[in-house]
Design a protein around this ligand. Sequence first.
Ligand SMILES: [Cu+2]
Length: 207
Amino acid sequence: MPRHSLTALNRGALVAVAGVLAVAAGAGLTATADAAEPRATKGPLPRLVVGTVFAPVSAAPYAQAVTYDSELVPVGGSVQVKETLRRDGGTRIELRVRDLVAHRVYGAHVHTKPCGKLPADAGPHYQDRVDPTQPSVNPEYANPDNEAWLDLTADRHGSARSLATVDWRFRERGARSVVLHEMATATHEGHAGTAGARLACVNVPFV
Ligand SMILES: [Cu+2]
């Protein structure tokens, strides 16, 4: 089967689940609250999965995900974000994207606000300890232990996956999106956390 028809098929399946937010909150929370339940102490708590496709920016703010640069993040490209609350109090975030430009590096982070018509609408990066100086480019605050960095390298098919594990939980409604950027995330003083233009954004109601 030629690759394009396969891709079309997959996109069709993804569109079908797009907008369906699988918030698996119930089971995990119940298990945590019930201290008498011995199984509650074992294994991570799967919490939230968002799977959707990038829509043109004209669909903002109603679309689950939008692209601001359809050359580098095409309309119809699929994106999935999974959040897992770890038993040790930390959080694991997984990002998967398809149909990116092959062999290309993208910066990606969790941001504080939902996606909008403008790339800047997603606000700054989520920080566990918030830098009193904004925009935050101080590596003491803008680093992958204090923010959730999800930089991606697309493989030869344009698929990419990244993971961030941090030892804290997001504040309630404090983290609302994942933004893809044009470059790998910088780490040096005065530029830490920057990754060039914002290419695309996916709404994720992190908990
Ligand atoms: Cu960012």
